[in-house]
Design a protein around this ligand. Structure first.
Ligand code: BES
Ligand code: MN
Ligand code: MN
Length: 477
């Protein structure tokens, strides 16, 4: 993360001078800068070199548009454009001149820092233009103390998003289930309790559906439990459950080579849980929250589960396996049950890259939201709009429930008769939810970008962060 300093005095060092401003303020700029902007009417970010007393400085002017129509999202996007431009030079310090802006300047900073994320630890060869030059940001403002204070929670949130992206981006040969859980132990240093349930523990408590998914793999499955106790009273916590399928080959119902290329990202739900808990802990948020992460690899093998198998879940309900590629719901079913059995949560939210159909329905614009409570649904929709991680409610109900009826078991793991498989998956999960508030977020379409090489989005961390900020925090002392 690019280190950031806040000051109200103009610094001495050499830097790129970035000057984001609203339309209304542009006339206060020098005639030269105004002309530079006039000549590039379509560029929101204009980069110029200025010679003054034999000294050349680089200035970047960013057009925020009219103050009235400026939004948080637009400011964040502009921040990302600003950083792209800034990187083109070889200066290492970026001065953000926020003197004409108020508190909303932090949206630009958020956009800049969020867009600086890279996954590069496995690269040893870089072209010159790929190197990132900006090593430090200096925020210049008349209210620098205030901005510094208000940026602290945002900084925690961003670190959670980065953590989530980093975990989800790791290749499956590095972050297989046990390695993932071991990695999470590093969260203990910031006050998160980390407990790992190993394969034998899962046998003892009867998480047979999750174990079943892992049977075709040489890598044993496990479950990670993360606890952040930010309140004295930790009863009835919020529980967030994540699908952590470290690789989804489809199992015996093997996927083709093309879809398999994306399936190292099938652990995105797990990354959201870990990232969210990290941000809350870094922020010392006054909330009691538990993350349950089901980690498993779905592979074909002589020992793998087969279509036709009937397995018993931790809840006691039985499942006829129809398709070994519908594995996410098996993992989540046991994790949901375990979470309720052990922690009596007030609210439970699960996330996973579950169905292609949700992706086909909503594209990458929204995550699919399936929810049994009108209040939770509207809270999550509102948090989606604040955070930019948008969600769209999709239906469950009798029609979908019928699809998973099985003649030989309590349910089957796939609604084969008709379309609407996404609704059937949600109905399947609902069977493992007691009478509490529950939401299922299908993030199959939003967890990674298909259009550029950046890969993971970290979708979900900000959504749940903003949901918590808006609905669950008592006033901080
Ligand atoms: N992890 C996949 C869903 C997925 C596929 C997410 C591609 C993102 C991109 C899930 O386990 C799966 O395989 N779903 C199948 C289920 C089907 C076999 C019933 C699907 O949706 O195609
Ligand atoms: Mn699958
Ligand atoms: Mn999967």
């Amino acid at each position: 993360m690019i280190p950031t300093e806040f000051t109200d005095t103009f610094p001495e060092e050499e830097f790129i001078w970035a000057r984001p401003m609203y339309e209304e303020k542009i006339e206060e700029l020098s005639p030269f800068l105004q002309e530079a902007m006039r000549r590039k009417p379509c560029d929101a970010v204009v980069d110029v070199l200025i010679e003054e007393k034999n000294f050349i400085t680089r200035q970047i002017v960013c057009k925020l548009g009219e103050k009235q129509s400026s939004t948080k999202q637009k400011r964040e996007e502009l921040g990302s454009l600003l950083l792209q431009k800034a990187h083109l030079g070889n200066e290492s310090i970026l001065l953000l001149d926020f003197r004409t802006l108020g508190n909303e300047a932090l949206d630009l900073l958020t956009g800049i820092i969020l867009s600086s994320w890279r996954f590069e630890q496995y690269r040893t060869i870089f072209k010159a233009e790929e190197k990132s030059h900006i090593k430090k940001i200096i925020v210049l403002s008349n209210i620098s103390e205030l901005l510094k204070r208000d940026f602290e929670p945002i900084h925690a949130m961003i670190q959670g998003v980065f953590y989530s992206k980093a975990l989800t981006s790791e290749p499956p040969n590095i972050l297989y289930p046990l390695a993932y859980a071991e990695r999470l132990k590093e969260l203990e240093t910031i006050g998160i309790e980390v407990e790992i349930l190993h394969e034998k523990d899962l046998h003892t408590i009867g998480m047979t559906a999750l174990l079943g998914v892992g049977m075709g793999s040489n890598q044993p499955p496990c479950v990670a439990i993360l606890k952040w106790n930010g309140r004295k009273d930790s009863s009835n916590p919020i529980v967030i459950v994540g699908k952590g399928v470290c690789f989804d080959s489809g199992g015996l119902c093997l996927k083709g080579p093309l879809p398999q290329r994306e399936m190292k990202w099938d652990k995105a739900g797990a990354g959201v849980v870990a990232g969210l808990l990290k941000s809350l802990a870094l922020n010392r948020s006054p909330i009691s929250i538990i993350g349950i992460i089901g980690l498993v690899e779905n592979m074909p093998d002589g020992k793998a589960i087969k279509p036709g198998d009937i397995i018993k879940t931790m809840s006691g309900q039985t499942i006829e396996i129809v398709d070994t590629d519908a594995e996410g719901r098996l993992v989540l079913a046991d994790c949901l049950w375990f979470a309720q059995d052990k922690f009596q949560p007030k609210t439970i939210i699960d996330l996973g890259t579950l169905t292609m159909e949700t992706f086909a329905t909503l594209g990458s614009a929204y995550a699919g939201l399936y929810c049994n409570s009108a209040q939770l649904r509207s809270q999550l929709e509102a948090a989606g709009k604040i955070s930019g991680d948008l969600v769209w409610p999709l239906p469950m109900g009798e029609y979908y429930a019928k699809q998973i009826q099985s003649p030989v078991a309590d349910m089957k793991n796939l609604g084969v008769e008709s379309w609407g498989e996404n609704g059937a998956a949600a109905e399947f999960l609902r069977r493992f939810v007691k009478t509490i508030e529950w939401a299922h977020l299908d993030i199959a379409g939003v967890s990674w970008t298909r259009t550029d090489s950046k890969g993971v989005t970290g979708f979900g961390v900000r959504l749940l962060w903003d949901w918590i900020q808006s609905n669950l925090l008592e006033i901080k002392e």
